[in-house]
Design a protein around this ligand. Sequence first.
Ligand SMILES: [Zn+2]
Ligand SMILES: [Zn+2]
Length: 310
Amino acid sequence: MLRKICPVCGRETDVLIEGVCPDCYRLTHRIIDVPNEVNVLMCYSCGAYFINGRWSRGIRSLEKLVSSKIRVKGIVSDMSIRVFRDEAKIKVKGKASELMPNSYEEEYTVKLMFKRDLCPSCRAELMEKEEAIIQLRLIGGDLSEFKAKVMDIVRMTLAKGEDRGRVIKIEDVNGGFDIKITNQRLARSIALNVHRELPSFMQETSKVVGYRGDKRIEKRSISIHLIGLSKGEVININGADYLIKSLHKDHVDLVKLSDGSLVGIKYSKLTQAKLSQVKDYSISCSDGKVIISINGLQYTLNNVNLICPQ
Ligand SMILES: [Zn+2]
Ligand SMILES: [Zn+2]
């Protein structure tokens, strides 16, 4: 066979490809063509990738994405793609031209440029996520009766339709129940209506639970202590027995049984007190006096015209 001389490197060669030897051809012609960088849209919530018009999960889908960007220029006999973090490594076995006598290996690196977004299902899920919770706790009284009253107020508020959002669920907890709501404004409206309609003490807190882009996601908690006590009832507060004289918007007036003194306690204070309802007691009246017996103890109260009307 006639030996030829490569005009670039001056070496003898069996074949000239586009006028140069295979080694010189290889320096300027790669087996495949692939971009240095590939943009990948990624869901920051579930980690899915947006590839060829679809959201799909897993590293295999990234390999497929990189594979779809490859343009074969020469002859490929074998190829593998490995993704690690934000890089894809491509190993190719083949040759840049079919005129080349031998195959060889080439390696390519593709940088994955992640752009973060939310996939539609995560977006929907986040929208549905509770943004507010109303925690209702009952002090005294019958829970199911109060729950029915509160639910009437909830329905009434929803029916007005002034605030967007919905009630996600109502959960029974020890001493009361929680209402989970998608919208903070709606939660506020419901809570204010409950507070307005029923003797109660209301407190509001808000805490940041995460970020959606630059926007803070806050969860608002509204705690409402419903006062289920009623006039004429005997209760025990921090170890002392009291007769409930009257209930007001923000406080309760009581008669301390041990000395007959009149005490006013704010509901905000009552929520922190150790309070229990006294179950076994009897009340009787004689000559305008009220006699209350609790477990053998007898209290006589003057000037309490609550139970014994003249
Ligand atoms: Zn050459
Ligand atoms: Zn997602």
